[in-house]
Write a protein that binds this ligand. Sequence first.
Ligand code: ADP
Length: 631
Amino acid sequence: MRSNVRMKIRGIPLWAWAAAAALYVGVAVAAVGFAGSRAIDALAEVGAHRLDLLAASLKSELGRFEMMPAIVARQDSVRALLAAGSRASPDLVREVDTYLEAVSNEAGSLAVDVIDLQGNVIAASNWNQSFSFVGTNVSYRPYFKDALAHGSGRFFGIGTNTGMPGLYFASAVRDAGKPIGAAAVKLSVDALEAAWRAPGEAALVIDGNGVIVISTVPDWKFTALQPITAQRQRDIQSSRQYAGRTVDVLPYRRVGENKDDGHGTAWLGRFPDWRRPGHTARFLVMSRPAPQAGDSVMVLLDTAGARHQQELAFAFVTGAFLIAGLYALYAAQRRRTIAEKLKAQDALRRANDQLEITVAQRTAALTAANERMQQEIVERKRTEQRLRDTQQEVVHAGKLAVLGQMAAGLTHELNQPLVAIRTLCDNARTFFERDQPAQAVANLERVARLVDGMAGLTGELKAFARKPDVERMAVSLCEAVAHARLIYEARIRDERVQLDARIPAGSTVWAESSQLQQVIVNLLGNALDAVHNEERRIITIAAADPDARERVLFTIADSGPGIAPDVLAHLFEPFVTTKPRGQGLGLGLAITSRIVEGFGAKISAANRADGGAQFTIEFAAATSQRLVHGR
Ligand code: ADP
């Protein structure tokens, strides 16, 4: 039920449609009614004027003839004729006839005649016409009867001889105050009817019987507006007023109330439309009494104009409602469109706000992430710096370790010749004192050789200590191995280590000379440490180029215990060592791997199947042209 109440058509509630429809019907009915009554009022005003005119014209037209029979009645010849009766001379008859003819012609009447007391026409204006009234009897005519009885009479009727309708006026002819006959005038109403004819309008004169005697509509003539009583019909027949015709009732229908304005009546009726045979039309019927001519004069005015006014009013109201309705629809549509637009804008604004919030949140998250990343970057940089510092320290420590090892080797290497030199010098002094210069010179020569050997050793050291040359080049592998071997010469010898170096002559690798030496020294040092406590102390150094000058695989294998499994995974990390405190820092392999990577080479370690460890370096081979001999 509620949803019904809320139902809308094109955005307008149903009740508004219903109200508009009711208003439209109400206004249309009122407008049509008002327009109709206004138009009818205007028409009634026209009708009243028309009736005034008709009555006036009737009065003036008939007035002209009203006195005519009385004048004729006073004519001496007429009186003489009536007095003479059947004894009248033909001359007198002729005189009266011509007189009447002259009067009739003069006045424009249809006929003027003289009637004796028996109702016989004894003289007439149309005496010499074929339809002459002379000899006819009009005793049954009311105008004759009235004239004899009351002095004058009037009557609308159809001539029995001529069959022409006309208005009869009659006056008694008196002699010494006594009626001796009557004089009568018959008028035509044709001219009147012709003058009254007007479009959309009928003008009628109704006689005392209620019969139409003058009519601008010819068909309506001698019809009645009211049914005629049987008695009246008989009277009419006896007076032969309408030449024996039966009087029919005009087929019409009243559609409105009778209104009496004091002067006459007005009502609406539907009558046969004389302009369109077979059709009817609505007329405003107005009448007022017209004693000169009969009973009343009547005018019928077509209400088509009023209907037209009503149609116009209806069209106007409908048009106005249509325009108002269209405007209302347009306004409703506009309101709806604006509302939708506002809604869309609102939704858009909300979405925008949401988006802004989301963007702000994301931005905040991104900013936070960014800050975190910045912090991480700072942290990483710090860590990197620490690592780099540590690496440098490691390198430094590694160098120190190598230096320590070298110092131990050197001390050993230099101590022996120094002791020998001391002894040779002491002996040489003794030889000089014993005057044995030849032996003394021989001793000095041995001293010189020993000094040369020591100088060679320090030369090697100088080469090792030289600042690493960062430029890579082809370096002889044999020479690098020979240098390492030289450094550990004393240890190899003292510990009776079997060192097999199987480096093909001319093997070169892409490296830096002193750094390569350091690498081999480190690896050989570790191998010597590994075999130190072994029965068999074998170290094998080898090189091979498996794919013809592309790579050089350098290996150093020992017969030691092999690398402990937990150490193997972290072998090249700094400070990984299994050696007792003071003997190893765990930096050697870390430095080694760093240097090897610097060459663009790869180092790996593994335990051999037949025991011991093996370190492999995969060098890029250098071409023979680039070969440079290491120092
Ligand atoms: P350090 O010699 O000072 O201990 P290194 O980095 O040179 O440091 O060696 C790390 C460790 O790797 C050694 O302590 C040792 O346990 C192991 N290692 C190195 N070379 C060998 C080898 N040839 N045989 C067995 N173990 C080895």
